[in-house]
Structures are given as structure tokens and as C-alpha cells.
Design a protein around this ligand. Structure first.
Ligand SMILES: *Cc1c(COP(=O)(O)O)cnc(C)c1O
Length: 456
């Protein structure tokens, strides 16, 4: 399969370039030149597979020129061997809603599912080619821990993680900063998540710097993450085996997870609506309901992994709704940079064919946690609660809500809502008492670059 940049689709690349670079040199995101579509016969062949076998078949469609199927299967098996659920994910009932529990990996959020795969895929490639990479990643809380767990101790990679200082939960931070592997570097930036993400982007677009240190990224813009996430949409539809197309409510900030659902739908999976559920940082909700894609100041919420204003992966949707026209996409991205983008009527109508949206403020999120605790005796993490709350608001009550984090990661939020918190799974309790290791740096590109250079 060949890939192009959303900002220049004349230049065709292979999976290897897409995977190793993360972001195109022109600042665009990578997308497949043509998305493979599966007919009902193809889908039937996948229907009864185990999670790992299904992952192997889906991922192989995207990277067969990079890795053979046998090695791919080995990597997938290895990646998910540490999960607490044998089938990686678990579907549970919450009244009329179904929860797709994605948090049974080593760092208790859905990001493990893609990140464990990516870490092992890097390892495979780098060992084979005797090469070395420096992974630099911004995190709003969960990506960092997942990336560190996936890369720690590997001898062909360093990992640098930038998180917004004092803006993530303590458990989130402890899961990142309590390891002692020599190839892991935690940086707390005096700023918010968008600042962290901008620093990483600036390092990437400084080609002299990024090439000289062999920099790569594992943020949710990395195509390999998207395809690994598409797998659980397939798995869920097959498992539920519903006669009607299923809707998914996806708590989102960076538009990564929900874009994976869009990809699955584009490939032919019978999905009805993709529900974009945001907290009060609601740029995606304003965009999808009214066409208003303009960022405001980021507000800190109890669902910090969605405290994002600029949704990087939205660029991929812009590309597709403009019929894969990269000139138009590049123009729109300029407008987004100037914060003056209004989605036109035709584009908005085509977005609304697949997506609906909603947002929950802090009180509504707490109310949802309370309501479902009282009614169903289930503790929801605040991100999942946003997904449930928006599904309720839109009266889409027979949908599947992606449950993106284990509630124990956000004890303050659940304590606030129901005076209760969930304990960490036994095997992770030890992180709470371990010493932390991170450097606080100014929100300044030169300072961060110098730090990175001093460590490699
Ligand atoms: C990262 C994250 C999200 C948002 O995911 P995106 O698809 O990147 O927007 C939602 N919930 C949790 C718990 C997360 O860690």
C-alpha cells in the first residue's frame, strides 16, 4: 500500500517512511493513497477471528510491504501478552449502553493497544537494520505512560516525553516517571498540552535538528497507531453481530481514536454514526455541529487527556472530505493556523453524514459518574463519562461507548463525584510509593532542544 501526505499527494511513500517519520516533511499527515475496501465476503472471513488474529489480518492490509504476516503475528502476540484481558478488550453492559473497555493494558488506558504494537514494530525494524531512533512525544497524560512502557529498556531507542507540568493526574504522572530505565527521559513543560505538542512539532519541522538526532514520533498522528486502533471497531462489530449498523461514542480531544473508527467505516465496516464526545474544550463539537473550527484557550478539566484545542488528526478528515485534494487541505491548514477556519456547507454536510457530536461540562461529567454509580454500581473514569454523557444527550442509547481509561487513574474526579475511588490493579500499586524522575523545563524550544541533545 502506498501513502501520501495530506498536503502533497504527488509524492508516494511506503509504510516504512510513514512509520519511521511519523509526520511528513511538509508538515502534513500520512494517509493511504487508496483505502482498501472490504466487501461482505471479506468481512465474513474476519468475523470469527480472535482479537490477535483479527489484528494481524487488518494490520497486514496496511504494512505487508514492511513486515511479513508471520513476523507481524509474533509482534501482535507479544504486544498483547501483558494485557489483563486475554482478548485485549472487553465489551460490558451499562444499562442500554455497551462499554468497550480498552484499558486492560499495562498503563490502564486505551493508548496501550496501539503503543505496545508500535514499540515492538520499531524494535523489529531497528534490530533488523542495526539502527537507532530517538522518540519524542507530547502527552496530555496517557500517551506518555503508554509510550514509555512500550519503549523502556529497548536498546535501539531513547524516549523523551513532554507533559504539561501540574496538569495531569498524579497517577498518570507516577505511571510515567517512576521507572529507572536509562533510555527514558521525562520532561514537565511549564505550559499546557498544546504547548508540548507545539514544541514537538517545532522540533520535527527543524529538519536539521530532527534528522541529526534521528527523531521520530509516536503521537496519535502516527499512522501505525490509527490502524492498531481500527482493529477494535472491527472486533466489536463482529462480536455484537448486530443486524443494524452500530454507533460508537468516542471521548476525544485529538481526533485520533474516532478517526480510527472512520477508517474502519471507510473500509466497509457497517458503522452508523461516530459520536465525537468532548469535554468543555469543545472545538471538535463546535466544528462538527456548526462548522466553527476555531480554538479557544485550553481549559483544565477532570478529563485531562482531552484538554486539547487543536485536534491534529482532524487534518486527515479534512483531506478525505475534500476528495483527497491535498492543495485544498494545505490551504485549509493555513487558515487553521491563523485560527480563521469556518467549515463550508458542503464539507459540513459530508462530515455530518458520518459524525455527530456533543460536549459535557464538568458538572455534567460528575453527574454522569454519580448517576451510573448509583444505578449500575460502576465507577466510570471521567473520559468515559463524557462519552456516556454525550450519548445520553443525543439519545443514542443503544450505542457502544469507548471506555478509554481505568477509573483508578483519576481518583480525584471520582472522589469528587461519589466520594469513592477505584484502587490500582495489584500489580501496579507499587508505582504510588516509588520516587519520581522528571525535569521541569521552560516552554522554550531552544531549552528543550538543548536538553535532548545533552542526553543523547
Ligand atoms: C488520549 C485519550 C483520549 C483522547 O484520545 P484521542 O483519540 O487522541 O483524542 C480519551 N481518553 C483517554 C483516557 C485518553 O488517554
Amino acid at each position: 500500500m502506498n501513502y501520501v501526505s495530506t498536503r502533497n499527494n504527488k509524492n508516494e511513500l511506503h509504510f516504512k517512511d510513514v512509520f519511521i517519520k511519523g509526520l511528513a516533511d511538509d508538515g502534513g499527515l500520512f494517509v493511504p493513497k487508496n483505502v482498501k475496501s472490504l466487501n461482505s465476503e471479506d468481512l465474513d472471513k474476519l468475523r470469527n477471528l480472535s482479537y490477535n488474529d483479527l489484528a494481524c489480518e487488518i494490520l497486514n492490509l496496511f504494512c505487508s510491504d514492511f513486515i511479513n504476516k508471520k513476523d507481524l503475528k509474533t509482534i501482535i502476540t507479544k504486544s498483547y501478552s501483558t494485557f489483563r484481558e486475554k482478548e485485549v478488550v472487553k465489551i460490558s453492559n451499562l444499562g442500554s449502553i455497551k462499554l468497550l473497555e480498552l484499558y486492560h493494558g499495562p498503563t490502564l488506558a486505551f493508548k496501550d493497544i496501539a503503543m505496545q504494537f508500535i514499540g515492538n514494530l520499531y524494535d523489529y525494524y531497528l534490530s533488523k537494520n542495526n539502527d537507532f531512533l530517538n522518540v519524542i512525544v507530547a502527552t496530555s497524560g496517557d500517551t506518555g505512560a503508554a509510550a514509555i512502557d512500550a519503549i523502556k529498556g529497548k536498546n535501539n531507542m531513547n524516549i523523551f516525553v513532554l507533559h504539561p507540568n501540574n496538569k495531569i493526574s498524579k497517577v498518570q504522572r507516577k505511571l510515567m516517571t517512576t521507572g529507572n530505565e536509562k533510555n527514558v527521559f521525562n520532561i514537565a513543560i511549564d505550559g499546557n498540552f498544546d504547548d508540548c505538542q507545539n514544541l514537538v512539532k517545532a522540533m520535527f519541522s527543524d529538519l536539521e535538528f530532527s534528522k541529526s538526532i534521528k527523531m521520530t514520533g509516536v503521537n496519535s498522528i502516527n499512522w501505525a497507531r490509527i490502524i492498531a486502533q481500527a482493529v477494535y471497531y472491527f472486533y466489536t462489530c463482529f462480536k455484537l453481530n448486530s443486524s443494524k449498523p452500530i454507533s460508537f461514542s468516542v471521548p476525544t480531544g485529538n481526533f485520533g481514536d474516532v478517526f480510527a473508527g472512520y477508517l474502519a467505516k471507510k473500509m466497509g465496516l457497517p458503522i452508523d454514526k461516530l459520536i465525537v464526545a468532548t469535554n468543555q474544550n469543545d472545538i471538535l463539537h463546535r466544528a462538527i455541529s456548526k462548522g466553527e473550527y476555531r480554538s479557544k484557550k485550553v481549559e483544565q478539566t477532570i478529563s485531562p487527556s482531552m484538554d486539547i484545542q487543536l485536534a491534529s488528526n482532524f487534518e486527515r478528515l479534512i483531506y478525505y472530505i475534500n476528495n483527497s485534494n491535498s492543495e485544498i487541505t494545505a490551504e485549509i491548514m493555513k487558515k487553521i493556523k491563523e485560527n480563521v477556519y469556518q467549515i463550508d456547507k458542503i464539507n459540513l454536510e459530508s462530515i455530518q453524514k458520518d459524525f455527530v457530536s456533543g460536549s459535557c461540562n464538568e458538572n455534567e461529567t460528575l453527574d454522569i459518574i454519580k448517576k451510573y454509580y448509583e444505578k449500575n454500581n460502576v465507577i466510570l473514569d471521567p473520559h468515559t463519562a463524557v462519552g456516556v454523557g454525550v450519548a445520553n444527550k443525543l439519545s443514542l442509547n443503544d450505542c457502544v461507548v469507548l471506555s478509554t481509561a481505568h477509573p483508578c487513574k483519576f481518583p480525584d474526579a471520582t472522589e469528587n463525584a461519589i466520594k469513592k475511588y477505584e484502587n490500582l490493579p495489584k500489580e501496579l500499586e507499587h508505582v504510588l510509593n516509588k520516587d519520581e524522575n522528571f525535569e521541569v523545563l521552560k516552554n522554550d524550544i531552544e531549552v528543550v532542544k538543548n536538553f535532548v541533545k545533552s542526553k543523547i
